[in-house]
Design a binder for this molecule. Structure first.
Ligand code: SF4
Length: 361
């Protein structure tokens, strides 16, 4: 059974009323590009005009207008990951960031409903940290090659095979996996989390490349799992060196989910927020190649004004399942709801909170 199947099964068993029954469904608005829609969305087009041709805006604008109206009526917030397309990221999102930032911000907002524009494990993490809110994902099939490489049962077997070895799981995992682990980590705090244990050996799972990259920065023996992000594993050192050879001033910035030989040729390696800070800190006219999902450069261009982004462009097919039409459907029809079994949620939340507390201590 996949993680998605497990959540759906849990949902069916534990929820007596669906979100649609609790909140009611609305009528689908007319999606026409009227003068009123054009006027009320003009300021939003300004934010995306470098990424969306003017001729295409009449297709997006009616959705943007309807989503922004209905989300207020529903008292909903839209959380958008950095890998969402610019019309989602800039025109309908209330909170944008990486998966953990989104979940932590979602906890603070005064809303009944969260619409998670990202993949399934992110919606679960939001539900863990905001159990009283209704969490919707516009497409339940928005999965993740990395998260799906490991199940809670795998973690239990790893624990049996490695008695006494602490288990650190990356936040890009299902609630089932988090619930079986000792603590979570992000790509920015993984070294710190690993070093917080006295044990000389640590299981750091499921991202094999993150584990290998962390192993280079600590004296601990790191045991990995063979999970990979299908976006970051596609980059090669040869491809990046070719860019550098063509233009030596290009700064290469790689995510630690990339293979170690890719990270080795980068000028900087860091988490999503670390990559953004690096780009923003560059001088006017700098050229930066972000070795990550393609949409991120478009989404941060405004913050890094004057920086030219080189885009080798690997798209995440899972993230790209989220679109303006299915966000609107989520709000109108109140679907698909993400529910986590309360016992599992309690254990998984503990693993996340242990990491967060470590960060602030
Ligand atoms: S970018 Fe990679 S880690 Fe993120 S959702 Fe896609 S496959 Fe998963």
């Amino acid at each position: 059974m996949t993680n998605l199947d497990q959540t759906t099964a849990t949902e069916n068993n534990s929820t007596s009323k669906t979100a649609a029954e609790r909140y009611g469904i609305m009528e689908m608005p007319t999606l026409e590009y009227t003068p009123e829609v054009a006027k009320e969305t003009a300021h939003l087009y300004e934010k995306v005009k470098h990424h969306i041709p003017e001729i295409e805006w009449p297709i997006h604008a009616p959705y943007v207008h309807a989503i922004n109206k209905i989300k207020k009526e529903r008292n909903a917030v839209i959380l958008a990951h950095n890998y969402m397309t610019p019309e989602i990221f800039h025109c309908v999102a209330d909170v944008a960031g990486d998966s953990l930032q989104l979940a932590m911000e979602a906890e603070k907002v005064d809303a009944d409903i969260i619409v998670q524009c990202g993949v399934h494990f992110m919606a679960e993490t939001s539900k863990l940290l905001s159990p009283s809110k209704t969490v919707l994902i516009p497409d339940m099939k928005a999965g993740c090659s990395l998260a799906e490489s490991l199940t809670g049962e795998d973690v239990r077997l790893l624990r049996e095979a490695n008695p006494g070895v602490p288990i650190v799981t990356y936040v890009n995992t299902s609630a089932d996996v988090k619930a079986e682990s000792d603590i979570c980590c992000t790509s920015s705090n993984a070294v710190r989390v690993v070093e917080s244990f006295e044990s000389d050996t640590i299981l750091l799972i499921p991202d094999e490349y993150l584990a290998q990259n962390v192993a280079k920065l600590t004296k601990k023996k790191i045991l990995p799992w063979k999970g990979h992000c299908e976006v970051h594993e596609r980059f090669t050192p040869e491809e990046l060196l070719a860019y550098k050879e063509a233009d030596p001033v290009i700064q290469i910035v790689a995510h630690p989910e990339c293979p170690p030989e890719v990270v080795d040729v980068a000028d900087f390696s860091g988490s999503t927020s670390g990559m953004i800070d690096f780009a923003i800190g560059q001088k006017l006219g700098a050229k930066v190649l972000l070795v990550t999902e393609c949409s991120m450069a478009s989404n941060i261009q405004e913050q890094a004004e004057g920086v030219e982004f080189i885009k080798p462009c690997n798209l995440c097919p899972h993230m790209k399942r989220i679109t303006l039409p299915n966000i609107l459907e989520a709000l109108v029809y109140m679907r698909e709801e993400v529910v986590v079994d309360p016992v599992m949620a309690e254990k998984a939340r503990h693993a996340v909170e242990r990491m967060v507390n470590l960060k602030t201590n």
